[in-house]
Design a protein. Structure first.
Length: 331
């Protein structure tokens, strides 16, 4: 997605309706969409996985551009007024248009999730704040259902929560909560990973070690997104083989710890000269490779214990040196 200026003065990705407008306009001008093709709100919303509101806005912009026209029926047709309507399956023409890099449909909430996660994680350092679901939807130009999907995803990671009156709020990421989350991780993750050992193939472990070794060689020329993916390799993907799914459900709410560094290191905080978690992850996967359960539990517990001071320091730095950006949907 392209970048524009947000209300707070920083950059943000384009809203969903703007993205739809640009992509559809490109396809029409490029001749991919045949003249007379009927574009309906309902069909496009289903294709994108969004509410109808952003689709309606995108179609209005295309109409203003003179690229589509109204006709004696529901929706619009590609081309000028008077063109013979042609009703075809939109997925046949646009199926690839609204797909992410791995060819899965990009749902509307996914298009804005990273922006909202970054905003909410930054605010979580400064205490508890209310999130207005309706205003969140308006700010990003999406339907309320899409905004709710984003907040529900954040809830599974322990970043937001809903009270008894169904009001959303940001869960504070203060020093005490960070300590509590690390205590949970130190107690459960080593046991969970050891119990997952039989489900971790040689190919999986070799792949993890190869990625880590490359990152260790390239560091500090490693992007924040790559560092985050390496965290997920150990703390999420490898743990999926754990047979105790209750462990995994509990650990989901500790993932806000991983998003903390993802959104501040390299942007608001300078990258450290040496990132210890790379070598520590390698040590953990070497224990997996040896099928050494006792050594694995110790390596995992040591890694989690060692990482807490770094995270506490980063959170304290943000609180001391930054003020939260203002957004209309946070109060």
């Amino acid at each position: 997605m392209s970048v524009s200026q947000s209300e707070s003065g920083g950059s943000r990705k384009t809203s969903l309706y703007e993205e739809l407008h640009v992509r559809l306009k490109t396809e029409i001008l490029g001749g991919t969409l045949p003249k007379g093709l009927v574009l309906s709100e309902a069909a496009l919303a289903d294709l994108v996985g969004s509410s109808r509101a952003p689709v309606r806005q995108a179609l209005q912009l295309l109409f203003d551009d003179g690229l589509i026209a109204r006709f004696d029926g529901r929706g619009f047709i590609v081309g000028a007024a008077g063109t013979q309507p042609t009703r075809l399956k939109l997925g046949d023409h646009l199926g690839k248009l609204f797909a992410s890099d791995d060819d899965r449909p990009m749902f509307a909430w996914q298009a804005l999730y990273e922006d909202v996660e970054r905003i909410v994680v930054h605010r979580s350092f400064f205490g508890r704040y209310r999130i207005n679901e309706n205003e969140l939807a308006r700010h990003f130009g999406v339907g309320r259902g899409v905004a709710r999907d984003v907040l529900l995803k954040l809830e599974t990671l322990g970043i937001t929560e809903k009270d008894d009156n169904f009001r959303w709020s940001i869960v504070p990421l203060d020093s005490q909560r960070i300590r509590d989350l690390y205590e949970v991780r130190a107690q459960i993750e080593p046991v969970a990973l050891a119990s997952a050992l039989d489900g971790l193939s040689k190919e999986h472990v070799d792949g993890m070690l190869s990625r880590l070794s490359q990152a260790l060689t390239d560091y500090p020329d490693v992007s924040a997104s790559t560092m985050y993916e390496l965290e997920l390799d150990l703390h999420q993907r490898s743990l999926q083989a754990c047979p105790n799914k209750e462990f995994l459900n509990i650990l989901k709410r500790t993932h806000c710890i991983l998003t903390l560094s993802k959104h501040v290191v390299g942007s608001r905080i300078k990258k450290p000269e040496y990132e210890p978690f790379l070598a520590e992850h390698i040590g953990v996967f070497q224990m997996v490779q040896k099928r050494d359960k006792e050594g694995l539990r110790k390596a995992m517990r040591d890694h989690i214990t060692n990482s807490q001071p770094n995270v506490q320091t980063r959170a304290a730095y943000i609180r001391e040196h930054y003020r939260p950006d203002e957004y209309s949907f946070i109060s």
